[in-house]
Design a protein. Structure first.
Lengths: 175, 175
């Protein structure tokens, strides 16, 4: 899915909990052909507000353009671009690795190196939970692939600004 | 967003990485008025396949109906209902808590009890990363609310089946 020449950008959106807002946001990306790398949406501490985090592949000008378009959508309260400098980004992955061919010790060793948590074990597999940045997850996947990945699922990135402000009160520094 | 009389159900979808598939899935939920509690989508180890996890509020008959409808959508490969018995469910939350009013020690104590990770600190806030089931996150939020939640963002649940099979090869046990 990723083109190596493109960069990853993270957009954080506060939206009203009205029916159809997620569809409008996703529809915009789909219509314009923007490449969504991951998307996650969940509730916030304000019952009327959800927060959507979208990671897209593109260059700076495309991302600014997307931000402007998303801001104009109905029920979108605020949009900010979160970078490695102005925010913390993290995701969670659940991954089932094969332990056939005497791999179990090596899989456990790898899981310890990455502070992964063992969440399920069978005679032929170990399932791990791992959290971290996109880069950390990618390094883990590179090292885990030779063991045999039975399946994996990832939440996609979620992101929060550094410092004491909230997205609601003060948008993070822009690109 | 949640009606206490309703239950949470988790749907796991394998979809082809074609433009518009996420829009079709979200559109179905929006048109029918189904209540999405959280949604996350990310890549898998197969470049052509993404995995979507959707948590919905409803009763068993509604969930079965939704599953049948989602299965019929173009580019949807497989749909399964993941429960506490047949799978592992987890999400990641980033939360910025106020440490004004001498709260810092109490916030740190709470973070240790929940094995949360401190990811940012200012004079007036601490930002934590926490992972776990919906119930664990909710317990944490209940205890953290009195300190003052400046902002929070959550990935939404992602889920994987227990045992050695993958969703691709064998759908998990159904309701």
């Amino acid at each position: 899915m990723a083109d190596l020449k493109e960069m990853r950008f993270t957009l954080s959106l506060l939206v009203k909990n009205h029916s159809g807002v997620l569809q409008r946001v996703v529809g915009l990306f789909s219509r314009r052909g923007y490449n969504i790398d991951s998307l996650s949406v969940g509730r916030t501490n304000d019952d009327g507000v959800s927060r959507i985090t979208i990671v897209i592949l593109g260059d700076t000008s495309i991302v600014k353009q997307i931000k402007n378009q998303v801001e104009k959508l109905v029920d979108v309260i605020r949009v900010s671009i979160i970078t490695a400098e102005n925010g913390i980004q993290s995701e969670l992955i659940l991954i089932k690795l094969s332990t056939e061919n005497g791999n179990r010790t090596n899989v456990i060793e790898l899981s310890e190196l990455f502070k992964a948590k063992v969440v399920d074990v069978t005679h032929t597999t170990i399932t791990l939970q791992l959290t971290g940045s996109n880069n950390k997850i990618q390094s883990f996947l590179d090292l885990a692939t030779p063991f045999g990945i039975v399946e994996l699922t990832r939440t996609g990135i979620t992101a929060i600004g550094r410092g004491e402000k909230s997205l609601k009160d003060t948008p993070y520094e822009q690109l």
